[in-house]
Structures are given as structure tokens and as C-alpha cells.
Ligand binder design. Structure first.
Ligand code: NAD
Length: 524
């Protein structure tokens, strides 16, 4: 009989499903040593975020075939090592979307009608019918930032309340927004100006950190309500505090905070702030469904049937991966660059292979590219298995081709097109390592790693000095630099490797320097 070990609490119904297919042992709060002992002879292990399945633990597993994570993030699991060992990893990425969307609606209504404040007053023995006058959601404009899984569920519910919906998500195709009945805006500031209620549903990335800052808050209506059930760092809490304290916006409803649990957070001293302690996914149903989804995945895999939520691809023979690995790495870096450079939804991608890779089965290389391209904009969950279907759901067309020769030898050329812009990149593999060779036809020679700043400018004397001075003034060290130009005095490209993240305001100053046309920071 199959041995199944459950090391974090999961729903009883999920346990029942597993009991039908195996011998189940539930052992929570295990020490590292106990876990190493227990994992030795089990076939399946089921965890939530509490159990860390690092390499030193997995090395003890002699028979393990499946690791199941009830929930989304797999950061507590060494997926790469599991893949190497042929262990399948499954998760349940979609289990909490409805719960988070419902909490968003709950907080929206609670803030609009001052429900928590009125409840507290009632319990103090008061009967105050004047202080808590609210506003209706009906007819108001809801600004949804991020139209992924949760954002879309919020849209559906808000429509039932008769709200007009505008959205900001540069990476979602217009047809998807149109089908949802959302007016897609190109500019986040515009959304801030026109919305009565603003709700955030984007992942926290270097790009989305403080996506709602002082400037955005200053544009909001006096009666605006901000709801955040996504991640704390998305809002500049200091700017939010000032605006709420001075009554420049109406209210904020927060499930998440920059520091959790919040310690001496001044926001919590304000009457016009309501909130919950990161409760978005804390429902019976979300937890039940996270457990049931992974239990069903386990049953399917044990029966040899295809499962939808597999995170890794252990089925590919490792000798094959070995040869393709540098190309997978290169393709993933090119994907990361393409989306960050275009910074819009990508509609069509062409991947052209040359050299030794042209003669190989490139499916896994294509998947690596898509994973790189989608991961900066989506929450944990894009992996080598689901990348093609996620791309399909976002209407991204992928074409592959080969050319017999390239001046760079073993290379991949990428042409990525959005609806109004495009980018071309060439990368090659040199001694097993990826090297970036061209950006939009400009020749370069850089290792695609760390943080790079790409500046488009007119080739004039002194440009490098001006840029260096500005960054230096803001304490940003330049670790390396290259300039690419097609002709003297024409448009050129400057690529800087920097040691620190360039803050948005410094980037804006950079863009305003004479002869600079654009500047972007890329995380690789
Ligand atoms: P998702 O990956 O399905 O969707 C994210 C969307 O954000 C995508 O459509 C993407 O194109 C868009 N996006 C990315 N960068 C953007 C940018 N710079 N500007 C505008 N849009 C951008 O994610 P999801 O499952 O819908 O989760 C949304 C958020 O909810 C995440 O922050 C997640 O951590 C959070 N979350 C919170 C709880 C909770 O307990 N409160 C639970 C689950 C998820």
C-alpha cells in the first residue's frame, strides 16, 4: 500500500480522499530529525507552508514520488532537487481566489458604510445614527489594479453591485478586459483620478512596490476608498497615512501591511482605516479546497492519469535536460528581458534557434522562455508545466523556427510584439553560459544576471558622465557599462549593471536628462 505522510494540517475531507488510496499518517510539528526519519519510506508527502522540504531533508527520501503543497507558494520546497530526483511536485494555486475576492467586497462595503466603526459604537452602548453615514457602491467607479485570478473575481462581483469598472493591467490583452466588461486604462494615474474605490490585485515585485505612492494618492478623489487585499508593500503606507489623516481621501480597508504583524503602525490609530489580519485566504472553503485539490491530484498521479497542477517536469530524462539546460537558462533570461523591456502585454513571440539547439526538441526551451516572460507579472504559479497554458489564456501566440547559421553560433533570437511596440533580443550560449548579444539590433556582450539599466539616448559627448553623476549622487554604484550604437551621433543604447535597485524617482530624473529617450530597469 502507498504510504502517505501529512505534516501540516489539511482539511479532513482531503484526508479521507487520501485514506482511500493509501496508508495515511498525520504527523504535524515534526522536528527536522523526525522529518528526516519519517520521510525515508513514504511515497507521498503532503505539506502546507509549515514544513520545509529542503535538499538536506529530501536526501533522506528513498521512495518519495509526490510532494503535494496544499496552497500556492512552493518556496518551502526545493523543487529543482525534487525534479532532479524525479519527484513530482503539485500544488493548488487557485484555491483561495474566491475567498480573497469576497473579503475584498466585504472590506469595500465595510469601509463604504463604516460597519466596523458603527459596530464598535453600538457595543459601547451608543445609538449614533449620524456619525456613520456611508456611501453606496451602486453607480460608483471601481478601479481594479491587476486583472489576474483575484482581480477578475472582484470584477464579476462588483458588476453585480452596479459599479462601473476601470482596470489597469498592462499585461492583460484588451479582449480579456473587454469580455470582463472592464474599461482598460493605459495609465495608472488616470485610474486613480477617475475611481471612487481602488482595489489592488497585483503581486509584489520590484516594479509594483509602492505602486500606490504619494503622487497616485494626490490624484485620487476626496471621497476615494482604497482597498488592499494583495500585499502590504504595494502601498506607500506613510503617504497613505498622511492623506487619510488630513482627510484628503475618505478611507482605507487593508488586509495586508508592509510589516506583518504591524508594530506601532500609525495607520491603525486612524478612524478611517479598517482592516483584517491577512485573512484573505482564511476561509473554510479555501482551506478545504486547497486540501481537496492536492488530494485529487495525488490520486490522479497514483493512477497514472495526467494531473493539472504539476509544478515540475521530472518526466524528462536528466541526460536530455543536461544538454538543454544552458538554453533553458538563456531562454528564461530572454523571456524576463522581453516582458520588462516591452512592459506591455505581449501578443506574439517568435523564437528562432540556430546552432546545435536548432537540431533539438525545443519544447522545454520554449517553456522556459514563457516561464521567464510570465513570472515577473504573475504571482507564484507559472512553471515549466503550465507556462504554455497560461500563455494561451493570455492570448499569446508563440512561433518557433530555426536558421542554419547565426554570427553568434549557438543562439536564440526572440521577437516579441505587443499591440503597439516590439522588442528583439539575441542571446547565445558560450561555454555552457548564457550571454546577451543584441538588444533591438544593438550589439552588446553581457551576462544576463542581476539588475541592469537600459538607457536609450542620442549619441552625444558627455552622456556617460551625466548618467554616472546622477546615479552616483543617489548612491547607486555602477558595476559595469556598455554602449551600443548603430552610427555615430545617432540613437544609441547604454547598458549599466548596477549594484542596487534604482528607485522610480531616480529613473524619472534619468529620463528627463537631455538627449535621453527612455530608461528601464530590468531584474534578471
Ligand atoms: P495573478 O498572478 O493571477 O494576477 C496578477 C495580475 O497582476 C496579472 O494579471 C498581471 O498581469 C498583473 N500585473 C502584474 N504586474 C502589474 C503591474 N505592474 N501593474 C498592473 N498589473 C500588473 O495573481 P492573483 O492570484 O490574482 O493574486 C493577486 C494578489 O493577491 C497577489 O498580490 C497575492 O499575493 C494576493 N493574495 C492575497 C491573499 C490574502 O490572504 N490577502 C491571498 C492570496 C493572494
Amino acid at each position: 500500500m502507498v504510504k502517505i505522510l501529512i505534516t501540516d494540517e489539511i482539511h479532513e475531507e482531503a484526508v479521507e480522499i487520501l485514506r482511500k488510496v493509501g496508508d495515511v499518517e498525520i504527523a504535524t510539528n515534526l522536528s527536522k530529525e523526525e522529518l528526516k526519519r519519517k520521510i525515508e519510506d513514504v511515497d507521498v508527502i503532503v505539506v502546507r507552508s509549515g514544513t520545509k522540504l529542503t535538499r538536506d531533508i529530501l536526501e533522506y527520501a528513498k521512495k518519495l514520488k509526490i510532494i503535494a503543497r496544499a496552497g500556492v507558494g512552493v518556496d518551502n520546497i526545493d523543487v529543482e532537487y525534487a525534479t532532479e530526483r524525479g519527484i513530482i511536485v503539485v500544488n493548488s494555486p487557485d484555491a483561495s481566489s474566491i475567498s480573497v475576492a469576497e473579503l475584498t467586497m466585504g472590506l469595500m462595503l465595510a469601509a463604504a458604510r463604516n460597519i466596523p466603526q458603527a459596530t464598535a459604537s453600538l457595543k459601547r452602548g451608543e445609538w449614533d445614527r449620524k456619525s456613520f453615514k456611508g456611501i453606496e457602491l451602486y453607480g460608483k467607479t471601481l478601479g481594479v489594479i491587476g486583472l489576474g485570478r483575484i482581480g477578475q473575481q472582484v470584477v464579476k462581483r462588483a458588476k453585480a453591485f452596479g459599479m462601473n469598472i476601470v482596470g489597469y493591467d498592462p499585461y492583460i490583452p484588451e479582449e480579456v478586459a473587454r469580455d470582463l466588461g472592464v474599461k482598460l486604462l493605459d495609465d495608472l494615474n488616470e485610474l486613480c483620478k477617475v475611481s471612487d474605490i481602488i482595489t489592488l490585485h497585483v503581486p509584489l515585485t520590484p516594479k509594483t512596490r509602492h505602486i500606490i505612492g504619494k503622487e497616485q494618492i494626490s490624484l485620487m478623489k476626496r471621497n476615494a476608498i482604497i482597498v488592499n487585499c494583495a500585499r502590504g508593500g504595494l502601498i506607500d503606507e506613510r503617504a497613505l497615512y498622511e492623506a487619510l489623516k488630513e482627510g484628503r481621501i475618505r478611507a482605507a480597508a487593508l488586509d495586508v501591511f508592509e510589516e506583518e504583524p504591524p508594530r506601532n503602525n500609525p495607520l491603525l490609530t486612524l478612524d478611517n482605516v479598517i482592516g483584517t489580519p491577512h485573512q484573505g485566504a482564511s476561509t473554510e472553503e479555501a482551506q478545504k479546497s486547497a486540501g481537496i485539490i492536492v488530494a485529487e491530484q495525488i490520486v490522479k498521479i497514483l493512477r497514472g492519469e495526467p494531473a493539472e497542477n504539476v509544478v515540475n517536469l521530472p518526466a524528462i530524462p536528466s541526460e536530455k535536460i543536461g544538454k538543454l539546460k544552458p538554453y533553458m537558462e538563456l531562454a528564461e533570461k530572454l523571456g524576463l528581458m522581453a516582458i520588462q523591456l516591452l512592459d506591455r502585454s505581449i501578443e506574439k513571440v517568435e523564437l528562432i534557434y540556430s546552432g546545435e539547439i536548432a537540431g533539438e526538441d525545443t519544447e522545454i526551451v520554449k517553456r522556459s522562455f514563457l516561464k521567464g516572460m510570465l513570472s515577473p507579472i504573475l504571482l507564484a504559479g507559472v512553471n515549466l508545466v503550465n507556462a504554455p497554458s497560461v500563455a494561451k489564456s493570455r492570448n499569446i501566440k508563440v512561433i518557433e523556427g530555426t536558421i542554419s547559421e547565426s554570427e553568434y553560433g549557438n543562439a536564440i533570437k526572440v521577437l516579441a510584439e505587443g499591440n503597439s511596440d516590439k522588442v528583439s533580443l539575441v542571446g547565445s550560449v558560450v561555454e555552457g553560459k548564457p550571454v546577451l548579444r543584441e538588444i533591438d539590433g544593438y550589439k552588446v556582450d553581457i551576462k544576463p544576471e542581476g539588475i541592469i539599466c537600459i538607457i536609450r539616448h542620442i549619441d552625444r559627448p558627455g552622456m556617460i558622465g551625466k548618467v554616472g553623476l546622477l546615479l552616483g549622487d543617489h548612491g547607486i554604484n555602477i558595476a559595469g557599462m556598455q554602449v551600443g550604437r548603430k552610427e555615430p551621433g545617432g540613437e544609441s543604447i547604454m547598458i549599466l549593471k548596477v549594484d542596487h535597485v534604482i528607485p522610480e524617482e531616480v529613473l524619472e530624473k534619468l529620463k528627463k536628462l537631455e538627449n535621453i529617450k527612455d530608461a528601464k530597469v530590468i531584474h534578471l
